[in-house]
Design a protein around this ligand. Sequence first.
Ligand SMILES: Cc1ncc(COP(=O)(O)O)c(C=O)c1O
Length: 434
Amino acid sequence: MRRELVSPGHGEMTYEIRNIVNVAEKLQKCGVKINWENIGDPIVKGEQIPEWMKKIVADETMHNESWGYCHTRGVLETREFICDLTNKRGGAQITPDDIIFFNGLGDAIAKIYGCLDPGTRVLVPSPTYTTHTLAESANAGSAPICYHLLPENNWFPDMQEMREKIIANPSVTAIMLINPDNPTGMVYPVETLKEIVALAKEFDLFIIADEVYNNIVYNGQKTVPISDVIGDVPAIALKGISKEFPWPGSRCGWTETYNFGRDTDFQKYVNSILTLKMNEVCSTTLPQRCIPAIMKHPQYPVYLEERTRRYEKMSNITWNFLKDVPGLAVNRTNGAFYMSVAFEKGRLKDNQSLPIENSEVRSLVEGLVNKQNVSPDKRFVYYTLAATGICTVPLSSFNTNLQGFRVTLLERDEKESERIYGILADKIREYLAS
Ligand SMILES: Cc1ncc(COP(=O)(O)O)c(C=O)c1O
């Protein structure tokens, strides 16, 4: 081409969460039975959507309005309903104009970072859900600026480091957090949230809080939405139905803007996000129209409770099997449906392996792990996948130098979960000793 089409860095972007699926599918063709412990889609993992919820959606399709465009910000009645939920908590007070609907939070994330001046940076967690970091660093044309979540401290953030990073990088104008967190399953203590808000206030920053898992908490924990503690600091919270209903295929999520009027730069920025959405007219109408009826349904809290109890059970089964394996840092998870496990420094080496009987599978895996620049945890994940069929995701693919793996807690059968994590624990011991 006359000029380069792709800016530096873009071409190399890989999305390991999806890559691992390609590898697993190849192994499947060689006869390996795969346990998909990498998947964050409850529907693919067998979640049964209740009849009452399906009926609400079916009834909504009978209204002509569900087939049309809606307001660029989203369906007004739904925005009013959501506003009420937030305002009733007594923290930040919003109006329907502070809400914008998107085609899933993936769409919101792309616009949130894409509308920033490339010289303006967002401090992001490490490890983290890479949709955020890929969008942020692509917009800035530079590597992410991170604060670390510490495996030795329940995956809580290093607050001293957060302050130091803000001071050392004057381009940082926002702090991003995910609560409850993907990929660690950590839930932010309210004190930590208050400290983050205080830092933002001190340095004139805004906050981006991804709260898509806000109502999926267990082990007696509570998530505090950022709106409860935000005071007068400008912020954007991201919420959605992909994980909660769960209806990921609806591609429906929204942002709530707090303290829009407090800062003219922030106003301009949020308006630029709205303008981008305006260019697309609006987001999908049907799921928005279903939200109030589903959330108000008497069975909704019962259903959500049943599911979070299940995640709690699966989390504790996983934790019980892995916590005593030497060489691992394993934290109990309290929210969302992921667990990240880190290997202690130096435990993974580039000559470790597991015996694989099937020669076709063995040569496929050896071909993959013997490529250049394969991280030690990717090597571990490929070997365990080939030797056991258990598909996890290397932790290093979540914007971190830590070595480890992430699993999802969406298995529905307790016995099967015990079987899977019993095998995984044994194989980790074997791999580390090899
Ligand atoms: C933290 C987090 N935010 C956002 C998303 C994307 O959600 P959506 O389906 O609304 O695009 C995910 C999906 O896994 C996620 O884990």
